[in-house]
Design a protein around this ligand. Structure first.
Ligand code: 6GU
Length: 238
């Protein structure tokens, strides 16, 4: 998979050089490139924002640099009918909410381009233009407001990339984690020592009885999910 991100703060994305994702890049499983939107400005001050028509608070991102950036990164042009096989994701608190199912869906894509807005957002014509040249989605990472889409794009990139075969060594750890399979939260886990600061590991985990351990873990998953995330349970169990 190839992932690009267009942003006025491309340095944010150096976080992706670390650990797991850096290794996936070295193995050639993922290509990632961050681009500085200001490279596509044409004025001395590299202006990317302006005041909104109709008034209102704050500044909006101007369409011209975004149009040139998307043309180059997608390999399209306003003068031809060529389209891109990429999916363009506009990060936006007004988008559909990202979750594990969406991560699995996006992990099937050949190419993803994150368009990271700042300020009060991007001129709507940029989104409409992108939609005429590629698949477009507006995606939020949750019901709170960030100053820009960079952290959201990094979070989504990590969630998507780790689902690409070969990126995670142990595929079983994918199946067992929270938000996978049945959609229950993970059970609590323990490692050595068996006693630490007066606290003991639940006895069942030391029993060697695999059926009993599986039953206990499932119980814990259901209890924890009921307590902290009842919204994840099917309606009849609430
Ligand atoms: Cl994708 N962008 C911004 N600016 N804020 C957010 C978000 C995205 N998702 C949640 N809050």
């Amino acid at each position: 998979m190839r992932i690009d991100a267009i942003s006025i703060f491309p340095d944010y994305f150096s976080a992706l050089d670390l650990s797991l994702l850096g290794k996936a890049r070295d193995k050639g499983l993922i290509q990632f490139q961050a681009h500085d939107l200001r490279n596509w400005t044409t004025d001395k001050h590299k202006t990317v924002d302006d005041t909104p028509y109709g008034g209102g608070a704050g500044m909006l991102m101007k369409p011209e640099p975004w149009g040139l950036a998307l043309d180059e990164v997608l390999g399209v042009s306003p003068d031809t009918d060529a389209t891109s096989n990429a999916t363009v994701i506009f990060t936006s608190p007004a988008g559909e909410v990202f979750n594990q199912a969406l991560a699995y869906e996006l992990a099937q894509e050949e190419r993803i381009v994150f368009a990271c807005g700042r300020y009060e957002g991007i001129d709507q014509r940029v989104v409409d233009y992108a939609a005429s040249k590629a698949k477009v989605r507006l995606i939020s990472i949750g019901d709170y407001v960030l100053n820009g889409g960079e952290v959201a794009a990094i979070a989504m990139t990590e969630a998507i990339a780790r689902l690409i075969p070969g990126v995670i060594g142990n595929a079983e750890s994918l199946a067992e984690e929270s938000h996978s399979g049945e959609g229950l939260l993970e059970y609590p886990s323990y490692t050595k020592p068996a006693e630490w600061r007066g606290m003991e590991v639940p006895e069942v985990l030391l029993s060697g009885n695999h059926a009993k351990i599986a039953a206990w873990r499932y119980e814990q998953q259901v209890e924890r999910t009921k307590r902290v995330r009842p919204d994840l349970l099917p309606p009849e169990s609430n």
